[in-house]
Design a protein around this ligand. Structure first.
Ligand code: ASP
Length: 317
């Protein structure tokens, strides 16, 4: 029996030289506790779906990451959260967008998957569904963090001075959390949750809640993406990786690296992906300066990392 899990906390890392030792340690601790939460589920015989839910809930509750509490702000100063979950064994999926009340958007996405005839619910309907389902709901200020608010002010000033949206610093442009897992029954699952991008237009939908763009799981692989959402949508990124594996017989590593280093780079998008295959192999390439990430693979290797140059075989070129 092979158990494996990988998580990411987004590709919006700040430059290594600017990251304080305290913040570095806090980010790594947050990643480790999400990884452990998911792995504990797997070790207790739980499903991959439950494992990715547990890992993402932990990251959503951590204000350091751009999902749930700690979500970034739209240009209008509001917060609109998105999440997606997919069960690789059935290809059932649930996604939500424009969420404003659910404490844990990933739980809401899962409820859409399990308790509605639909895949996606958005905005007022998603909020009403969260309440109707008795999920924990929070006032808007629950999501507020001073750091994200200041990031919006800086981004607005930069835009007002003629800066282009795609030239924002990585820590303002990116952030998202995600998890992929393989359980004892051999089933894969993927989950992704985000506040989107700082200063996005209100109503803008990113790749996270679009099945096949930011999130995918089938019998062969589970994928969660982070980065410039528009590029991931235009590349059908998560499904492109799955298609390379299924139709072209590529390894998960070759498929993920082709998507990130060829397709995504060609489209001018920055970011990364975490991919897990049915044998418990994990690959986590990115073309950004770093990607918050952690994994426990089928060979028993455990790793928590942020930057490219960290000594591991699972990051990037
Ligand atoms: N992909 C997310 C979005 O475009 C942001 C990110 O992952 O950094 O909304």
């Amino acid at each position: 029996m092979t158990l494996a899990i990988a998580i990411h906390g987004g590709a919006g890392t700040i430059r290594r030289a600017e990251l304080t030792a305290e913040r570095d340690a806090a980010l790594r601790a947050g990643l480790a506790s999400a990884l452990d939460a998911g792995y504990a589920v797997l070790c207790a015989g739980g499903s991959a779906l439950d494992a990715v839910t547990a890992a993402v809930v932990t990251l959503e509750d951590d204000p350091l990451f751009n999902a749930g509490r700690g979500a970034v702000f739209t240009l209008e100063g509001t917060q609109e959260l998105e999440a997606a979950i997919m069960d690789g064994s059935t290809q059932a999926a649930g996604t939500v967008m424009g969420v404003k009340v659910a404490k844990n958007p990933i739980k809401l996405a899962r409820r859409v998957m399990e308790a509605t005839p639909h895949v996606t619910l958005g905005f007022a309907a998603a909020d009403a569904f969260a309440r109707a389902q008795g999920l924990e709901c929070v006032p808007m200020d629950y999501y507020f963090t001073e750091t994200r608010w200041q990031a919006l002010q800086l981004e607005k000033a930069r835009l007002a001075a003629g800066g282009r949206p795609d030239e924002a610093p990585a820590d303002r442009k990116h952030g998202t959390v995600g998890a992929v897992a393989l359980d004892g029954a051999g089933h894969l699952a993927a989950a992704t949750s985000t506040g989107g991008m700082t200063a996005k237009w209100a109503g803008r939908i990113g790749d996270t809640p679009i099945i096949g763009a930011g999130t995918w799981a089938d019998a062969r692989c589970a994928v969660s993406c982070t980065g410039h959402g528009e590029s991931f949508i235009r590349a059908a990124a998560a499904h492109d990786i799955a298609a390379r594996i299924s139709y072209a017989g590529q390894t998960a590593q070759a498929a993920a690296e082709a998507l990130v280093h060829q397709t995504l780079t060609r489209l001018g998008g920055s970011g990364g992906v975490i991919v897990l295959d049915a044998q418990g192999r994990i690959t986590m390439p990115f073309n950004s300066e770093g990607m918050y990430r952690a994994m426990l693979d089928g060979q028993g290797r455990r790793e928590v990392a942020i930057y490219r140059e960290e000594n591991n075989s699972f990051s990037s070129r």
